[in-house]
Ligand binder design. Structure first.
Ligand SMILES: NC(=O)c1ccc[n+]([C@@H]2O[C@H](COP(=O)([O-])OP(=O)(O)OC[C@H]3O[C@@H](n4cnc5c(N)ncnc54)[C@H](O)[C@@H]3O)[C@@H](O)[C@H]2O)c1
Length: 319
């Protein structure tokens, strides 16, 4: 057990933030959570969190952050197509909001901030697996994450704020946002197939993605709290392997015992053909993604059955 720390998590009602809060509470830390519930939901916030419904752009976050041992800054506008539609709001939340968090950390003498970048920073690179040096952001979302990164550098340079940047690839697991118009493939496939409906595949199903289970990502989050070698660093967090969307479909279908075929529709514009992380930098610090794709999918299926599909069945039974 490590020494108890006071840790602020922005975006605590979202997918990664709520899982992280669970882990931090289990490790004995005190967790202060901030989220404006724009995309996250209150029921996902673990009960032990000291929760505040606030926008990261609000000055009211300053007293909550002051004196914390660490801040995990995860709140963001993060749907690439929504960001393409609204670059002004993307900059307002992801750049202005992040700078507000960094300023609160600097003024409040926070020991360290760990913030979320994204594999989207590699949109313009053809190198696979992709090392951290390959950043080539193109979309408004990726550009906003790049700007956040530059400001983190400025706060390190001029205000002595220690930071670590995490470039998540496709994180999956319980509480992944299944409510979006176009949900992430795994939850979309599990929900549709479980209901006996044909899931949609955008494009040919050949696009490849690097999927990493949320508990594995949390292993690195926790390491950032205690491992000074992460200070000032940037780390890809992926599995280092890539699977095609069709391969994921086939695996989910087998695990659910379904024989349904997908519906193929036109591809979504602007999506990378493949992502695959070079995870040597995190591995050099002894981090290793431990959860196999099959095990991670089994756990995701169990979660969706209990929390989403089970409820729909019982609501239908009551009607
Ligand atoms: N999930 C992934 O695979 C993935 C991949 C790459 C990067 N990321 C990054 O990781 C972080 C967490 O992602 P996630 O998947 O948990 O997303 P999520 O959408 O589930 O969670 C983000 C949370 O931030 C909150 N939020 C948004 N705007 C806010 C604001 N102005 N003030 C306060 N709260 C606000 C939302 O309500 C939501 O609860 C994000 O920064 C995202 O860009 C995630």
């Amino acid at each position: 057990m490590t020494e108890q720390q006071t840790i602020v998590v922005t975006g605590v009602a979202g997918f990664i933030g709520s899982n992280l809060a669970d882990r931090l509470l289990a490790e004995g830390h005190r967790v202060i959570g901030i989220d404006n519930l724009a995309y996250g939901v209150l029921e996902q916030v673990p009960s032990g969190v000291d929760f505040h419904q606030l926008d990261i752009r609000d000055h009211a976050i300053f007293p909550l952050i002051a004196g914390a041992d660490a801040v995990f800054h995860l709140a963001a506008k993060n749907c690439i197509s929504d960001c393409q539609q609204d670059p002004l709001e993307t900059v307002s939340i992801n750049v202005w909001g992040s700078v507000n968090v960094f300023e609160a950390c600097a003024q409040g003498r926070v020991r360290k901030v760990v913030y979320a970048e994204s594999s989207a920073l590699y949109e313009g690179s053809a190198v696979l697996p992709t090392p951290e040096s390959e950043a080539a952001p193109e979309s408004f979302y990726a550009l906003s994450k790049a700007a956040e990164r530059h400001f983190a550098g400025g706060y390190a340079r001029y205000r002595g704020l220690r930071s670590t940047a995490l470039r998540y690839f496709c994180v999956y697991g319980p509480r992944q946002d299944y409510r979006r118009t176009i949900p992430p493939v795994m939850s979309a496939f599990i929900i549709k197939l479980s209901r006996g409906e044909r899931p949609t595949i955008y494009g040919t199903g050949e696009k490849r993605r690097d999927f990493v289970y949320v508990d594995d990502v949390n292993d690195f989050h926790v390491q950032c709290l205690v491992d000074a070698r992460t200070d000032g660093g940037t780390f890809n967090l992926g599995s280092g392997r890539s699977y095609s969307v069709r391969e994921i479909f086939d695996l989910v279908r087998r695990l659910l015992g379904s024989s349904l075929e997908p519906l193929y529709v036109d591809d979504l514009p602007g999506e990378a053909l493949a992502t695959q992380a070079d995870i040597s930098a995190a591995r050099a610090l002894a981090w290793e993604p431990r959860t196999s794709l099959e095990e991670g999918l089994r756990r995701s299926i169990a979660y969706l059955r209990e929390h989403v599909l089970g409820r729909q069945v019982s609501a239908a039974a009551r009607a």
